[in-house]
Design a protein around this ligand. Structure first.
Ligand code: SAH
Length: 207
């Protein structure tokens, strides 16, 4: 899987190391274990999916490209907020590239699934939260980065208020979704729209 990521253009050694360290098969149902290292998204229950390895790696690489880390290819990010814990896979990968990970999930069933999945790894730096990530998680702020695994109409103001770099799938003017990267700089808020993506919807409230 890691070899394929390099041919797909993932170059950051921190990302490749993290992707190689986390066993993706531990996060999917036993019936899907033989597909765990393929380049495909997989169902994780309650109508949600774990993203393709390629998309997880790409988004984390973008997060590590934050202005604060430019020229520091070996450094970890500080605190990171993940919106949409799902099965906990990406949160576990993030624990290798950030000093602290706060990950929030709005579906109780998945929040609990992630708790069970993560128990094996005993990660003291990953904090799993049950709640609506649309409003952010101010208690963990400020963040070095925010990464969203679900896409909404726009990037919520609450994230921009507390975030360092934000990487999020967002409704695109051309229809569908695109990855958006937002940085707060001395010149103001800079926003870049990148490639088309296909994420589950960002929803408000808990269930
Ligand atoms: N990163 C996850 C991918 C999960 S899919 C993984 O590695 O498995 C995206 C998740 O975002 C879904 O579980 C969905 O319930 C959740 N989600 C959608 N809107 C949300 C919100 N407002 N707050 C928190 N989680 C949300």
């Amino acid at each position: 899987m890691v070899q394929r990521l390099t041919t797909q253009g993932i170059a950051d050694a921190r990302v490749l190391r993290a992707m190689g360290a986390v066993e993706r098969h531990r996060f999917v149902d036993s019936a899907l274990v033989n597909q765990a290292y393929e380049d495909t998204s997989l169902p994780i229950g309650l109508g949600q999916t774990i993203s393709k390895p390629n998309v997880v790696a790409r988004m984390i690489e973008l997060l590590l490209g934050a202005p604060a880390l430019v020229g520091r290819p070996n450094d970890k990010l500080g605190r990171v907020l993940e919106i949409g814990t799902g099965c906990g896979y990406q949160a576990t990968v993030l624990s290798h590239i950030a000093t602290e990970v706060y990950s929030i999930e709005r579906l109780r069933g998945l929040h609990e699934k992630a708790r069970t999945n993560l128990r094996h790894f005993r990660l003291a730096t990953v904090h799993l939260l049950f709640g609506d990530g649309m409003v952010g998680y101010p208690k963990g702020a400020p963040y070095a980065g925010i990464i969203a695994a679900a896409g909404g109409e726009a990037v919520p103001e609450a994230w921009i208020a507390v975030g360092g770099r934000i990487v999020a799938p967002t409704h695109s003017e051309r229809g569908g979704q695109a990855l958006v990267v937002i940085d707060k700089t001395a010149r103001g808020i800079e926003r870049r729209v990148l490639e088309a993506v296909n994420f589950v919807p960002l929803k408000s409230g808990i269930a």
